[in-house]
Design a protein around this ligand. Structure first.
Ligand code: 8YV
Length: 323
């Protein structure tokens, strides 16, 4: 029996590509450049499985009108708001993602951003490299502690919980949680956390607000000018979720007018383009979507995709089916 043809839209870690090669008949995008809609349409009519990433904008028009050859979209990544789920569902396609394996690394990056922005590490590094450091002084680049502060977590799924674990047990932070559904009391107790139903209340009480909810239109501008206004002037906003969750123009305004103390961002609306108004903010730490970027996690994500494909082509239910 011939192996299923799988279309891989970006280069993956060598070990995972070798495994794909062994199990399937893969088509790789050797250039590793992001694909356009036409490429994706073609891929769907030539392969049995499409293996996209966050850089593949699969809106409704990226799906063929005719029933495609593709039967499964096995996404490399946990977030799948770049895939038009209604279109996938209408064509009877299965969609899977890669949860769990990137929770620790994404939480680590949320803490990295919290530390970098509160301890002014980005500003300090830029100053030193630009030859602007004139030496130690008591008032130089003074930031704020994390220890003992209040962390408001928006979205208490796996990544939110790993972030809470680090903040609670590493820095003795008090954890507030906002989540769509009621979080189990035992889970809250594990982190000494309190669930706050009103997001306005959570942003108003927190010293750090860290976003861990899904992206997509439902959460677009969840953090808007009004909610930024409610934050303490000493507070920081951290985004490792998706760019569209924050109104970035309103954020730049809040940073420039000292309505909040700073922001740490790993994701951007329309990335890799980043608004000039954010690039101009010294009190923003800006990273190029590094949340899951460790060797261990990027390999684990690939193997998780493979597990989903193997199950699907064996006629079983893939473990991470989202559609
Ligand atoms: C991934 C992410 O690396 O998994 C996610 O949702 O945001 C990233 O950490 C990226 O999405 C790969 O597709």
């Amino acid at each position: 029996m011939s192996k299923p043809k799988v279309f891989v839209t970006r280069r993956w870690p060598d070990a995972v590509e070798a495994r794909l090669q062994h199990l399937f008949d893969p088509i790789f995008n050797d250039s590793d450049r992001p694909l356009g809609e036409m490429d994706l349409l073609q891929a769907m009519s030539h392969a049995d499985a499409l293996l996209p990433t966050v850089t593949d904008r699969m809106g409704a028009s990226a799906f063929p009108v005719e029933q495609p050859r593709v039967k499964i979209i096995a996404n490399y990544g946990v977030g799948f708001s770049h895939i038009d789920i209604a279109s996938a569902r209408n064509r009877g396609l299965v969609v899977t993602n890669t949860p769990d394996v990137l929770s620790e690394c994404t939480a680590d990056l949320a803490l990295t951003l919290m530390l970098m922005v509160a301890r002014r590490a980005g500003e300090g590094e830029r100053e030193l490299r630009n030859g602007g450091w004139t030496g130690w002084r008591p008032t130089h680049l003074v930031g704020q502690k994390l220890s003992g502060k209040i962390l408001g977590i928006v979205g208490f799924g796996r990544i939110g919980r790993e972030t809470a674990r680090r903040a609670r047990f590493g820095f003795g932070m008090t954890i507030l949680v906002h989540n769509r559904s009621k979080v189990d009391a035992a889970v809250l107790a594990e982190f000494g956390a309190r669930q706050v139903d009103d997001l306005d209340e959570l942003v108003g009480q927190s010293d750090f607000v860290s976003l861990h909810c899904p992206g997509g239109e439902a959460n677009r501008n969840l953090i808007d000018a009004k909610r930024l206004d409610r934050m303490k002037p000493t507070a920081y906003l951290i985004n490792t979720a998706r760019g569209e969750v924050v109104d970035e123009d309103a954020l730049a305004d809040a940073l420039n007018t000292a309505k909040i103390a700073g922001a740490g961002l790993d994701v951007f609306d329309g990335e890799p383009d980043v608004r000039a108004c954010l690039l101009d903010c010294p009190n923003a730490v800006l990273l190029p979507h590094l949340g899951s970027a460790t060797r261990e996690t990027r390999e684990a994500m690939g193997y998780r995709v493979i597990d989903n494909l193997v199950a699907y082509f064996a006629g079983d239910e893939p473990g991470d089916r989202v559609v």
